[in-house]
Each structure stands twice: as structure tokens, then as C-alpha cells.
Design a protein around this ligand. Structure first.
Ligand SMILES: [Zn+2]
Length: 303
């Protein structure tokens, strides 16, 4: 029991992955907890299931756990809490990292899932050599982690860098946050489907469907991705002025279709950005495997 390993936890809206990770950043084993099995009750049985999974992984592989890193929606680094997460069954504020730390006696750190992805990208992915970059996760929502001078920006209360809720269209589409015109309402799975359905009469169910149509030459699908790139480029031109990033890195399912929206994104970004930053920002895809990135990012947080 003396080979040191880490636990990386990815808390998601439908499932939670508890990963056992070696010092070299290899996922040795993982355990999946389905949110629906715990959704009808309080959060504690769900947290206990995570603690049990950690103990089982540690005993199964005969390893000591040096730390637990957790990435969660609306995660607060300072408090180790999940706060008012719209896609989780438990609303309000819940202590997660302090609960696990008390129960297991192992140092536990939690952050927002996009911040965890940014840290993972710096430790194991394409951002290894960057101290100033923005990581954008494109999925159910649009998350972002901003790294400046090698550090994730948390702000005074732990929630800095929510680019998904920057306004891109004043008085535009309704956002899950209750306001109108947020970038996330346009650039996310839901946003992409809405854009396509505004342009076309036929129904599609996933961004992959739209990507397949675009690859086959469907003009509405091509236009959907072009507009997506434009909205992103416009807000990223603003974001660039705050931290002067060396790179903007895209992660998540939609990022797999980067060839469909990167050209419009780059063009809009370069057209709109202040000339101090023009032609200096690299636009990149994540270097981490889709299934492993969140667990590795959470692990890197505690390493
Ligand atoms: Zn919003």
C-alpha cells in the first residue's frame, strides 16, 4: 500500500466518474455512478457512493491515495462546493470536497469542470507550454477556464470566467441562467440545434447529425456552423482583450467538428479583435482524449 496514486472525479449531469490515476497521469481504473440512482433523495448518499468507490479502487489496486481532485458544474474552488447547478438534481449550495475530506481523511480539492479541463490541458495536453490561455468546453453548455500567468483565474468569489454567459445578442435567445442573449444560448448543443432549426425545416437531434449534413454539403448545416463560429469569434475577440491569451483551446463533442466552425471563428476574431492582439492567438483543439480529459483535469488539480 505504498505506491501513491490520485483520484480524479468528474461530476456530470447524468453520471459521475471516479478515476484512479497514477502519478504519470495514466487512468488505471474507473468507477461510474449514475446520478439517477440518487436524484430523488438528499445529496449525502451520492457523496457516500463516491467515498465507497474511492475506497474500493484503493483496496482493489493496493494503492495509497495522495489526494482527491473534483471537477463539477458550478463548482467553487474556494469553498469546495457545488452551488446552484442547473443540471444537477440538488439545488442550492452543497459541500462536496469538505465532506469527502472529513469522511476519508484525504486532501480533497474541487473546482468548476471547465477550470479542471484547463488545468488538465496544462498538465497533460496541448497547453503544456502555455501560461496564458483560455479553454472553452462545448457541450450541454459553454464552459470556460481562463489561465493567466500559469494560474486559473477564480475571481474574488470563485466563479470568474463564465464566458458562456457573456451577452452576444442583446435581448436575444433565452438562456438557462434566466437572462437573454448569452453566448451559451447560441454556442452549445442546444444552441446549435436551435440555430439549425431556425434555418431548416427538417428535424435533427444532435450536433453530430448537423455535422454529418454539413460534411455532405447541406447549406443550412454549413451555415449553422458558420454562424456558430461567428458568435464565438465575436465574444472571444472581447475575451482576448482581458488576458491576452497565447491560445484558445476547444474541448468537448462539438469541438470534434472544428473544421466546420474554426474558419468563421478565426475570421471573425481577427476582424474584430484590437490590433494589439491580431494574428497572435492560436486556435487549437484539445490534446486530451474526450473520455479521459475531465478525470485527468480533476486529478491535475490536486497533484
Ligand atoms: Zn446565461
Amino acid at each position: 500500500m505504498n505506491i501513491k496514486h490520485y483520484i480524479g472525479i468528474d461530476i456530470g449531469g447524468t453520471s459521475t466518474t471516479v478515476g484512479l490515476v497514477s502519478k504519470a497521469g495514466k487512468i488505471v481504473d474507473r468507477s461510474i455512478i449514475l446520478i439517477q440512482d440518487y436524484a430523488s433523495g438528499p445529496i449525502e448518499p451520492f457523496l457516500d457512493a463516491m467515498a465507497d468507490a474511492i475506497t474500493e479502487l484503493s483496496e482493489k489496486h493496493q494503492v495509497e491515495i495522495s489526494g482527491i481532485g473534483i471537477g463539477a458544474p458550478n463548482g467553487n474552488f474556494y469553498r469546495g462546493t457545488i452551488e446552484y447547478a442547473p443540471n444537477m438534481p440538488w439545488k442550492d449550495v452543497h459541500e462536496v470536497a469538505p465532506y469527502l475530506e472529513n469522511k476519508l481523511g484525504i486532501r480533497s480539492v474541487l473546482t468548476n469542470d471547465a477550470n479542471a479541463a484547463a488545468i488538465g490541458e496544462k498538465q497533460f495536453g496541448v497547453a503544456k507550454d502555455f501560461d496564458d490561455f483560455i479553454l472553452i468546453t462545448l457541450g450541454t453548455g459553454l464552459g470556460s477556464g481562463i489561465v493567466a500567468g500559469g494560474n486559473v483565474i477564480y475571481g474574488h468569489d470563485g466563479f470568474a470566467g463564465e464566458l458562456g454567459h457573456a451577452i452576444v445578442v442583446p435581448d436575444g435567445r433565452n438562456c438557462t441562467c434566466g437572462r437573454k442573449g448569452c453566448l451559451e444560448a447560441y454556442v452549445s448543443i442546444r444552441g446549435l440545434l436551435e440555430t439549425y432549426h431556425e434555418l431548416a425545416d427538417d428535424k435533427v437531434n444532435t450536433p453530430q447529425d448537423i455535422a454529418a449534413k454539413a460534411q455532405a454539403g447541406d447549406p443550412n448545416a454549413i451555415e449553422t456552423f458558420r454562424k456558430t463560429g461567428e458568435w464565438l469569434g465575436l465574444k472571444l475577440a472581447d475575451a482576448a482583450t482581458y488576458t491576452s491569451p497565447e491560445a484558445i483551446i476547444f474541448f468537448g463533442g462539438i469541438a470534434q467538428s472544428s473544421d466546420l466552425f474554426f474558419p468563421a471563428l478565426k475570421e471573425t476574431l481577427e476582424t474584430n479583435v484590437h490590433n494589439l492582439y491580431r494574428n497572435k492567438i492560436k486556435i487549437l483543439k484539445s490534446g486530451l482524449p474526450l473520455n479521459d480529459a475531465a478525470v485527468l483535469g480533476s486529478t491535475a488539480l490536486v497533484m
